[in-house]
Design a protein around this ligand. Structure first.
Ligand SMILES: [Zn+2]
Length: 211
């Protein structure tokens, strides 16, 4: 869990949006590998182990996916960078599930922070890659991510993952995943779709005052 990513994390508690305070036991190159995050409002605690912050109360153990889905090829990180429109440095991208396998190759191409959620167990944290274990929603500030990639197991997380992306940011999903609300389709083939985040905010309504 990189210290820059800690700033974007938010408590899951049902109270006003709150950042989290990090306490590090083991740090490697600005990554908290072991420690914990604490909420100053409701005092919830989220432990960090192996660089992965646990927002699932230990309920989610990393498991190998059945058959592990389709593998990635050498140029898939290049394709992902293009689909996510990562043409410059800065900010962070969110990779859910199987997409976490491309975190390190993506980092080698573009110097962006990568936040992975529910990554396969062989994906290691550190070197600009931070991890989350989540089972309800993505615990980050709304509109804080540049882009997100969702795999076909991401359906329950899709709405909150899209809300994490800034307006105009890119979304990539496995073709089998339904296009989430607030995503405008840009392109689709037999493997993936690519979309862009529309404003989720309700349109301002002008009310004419009587008389
Ligand atoms: Zn809280």
């Amino acid at each position: 869990m990189h210290s820059e990513i800690v700033d974007t994390l938010r408590c899951l508690g049902t109270h006003e949006d709150s950042w989290l305070v990090a306490a590090a036991d083991v740090t490697e190159d600005r990554h908290i590998m072991r420690g914990q995050l604490g909420c100053p409002v409701c005092h919830a605690r989220y432990p960090i182990e192996r660089g992965i912050a646990d927002f699932a109360a230990g309920a989610l153990r990393p498991v190998a996916l059945e058959g592990d889905g389709p593998g990635f090829e050498d140029d898939d990180a290049v394709k992902l960078a293009a689909m996510l429109d990562l043409t410059d440095a800065g900010g962070y991208v969110l990779l859910l599930g199987r997409w976490a396998r491309l975190a390190a190759p993506l980092r080698a191409l573009v110097p962006v922070m990568v936040l992975v959620a529910n990554a396969p167990p062989d994906v290691l944290m550190g070197g600009g890659v931070s991890g989350l274990a989540i089972d309800g929603r993505v615990p980050v500030a709304a509109g804080s991510a540049r882009a997100v990639a969702l795999d076909d197991a991401s359906t329950p997380l899709a709405a909150s993952a899209i809300a994490a992306v800034r307006t105009g940011g890119r979304e990539v999903g496995d073709a089998s995943l339904a296009l989430p609300a607030d995503v405008a389709l840009l392109a689709r083939d037999d493997r993936h779709w690519v979309g862009t985040r529309e404003s989720g905010a309700p349109l301002l309504q002008l009310v004419r005052s009587p008389g």
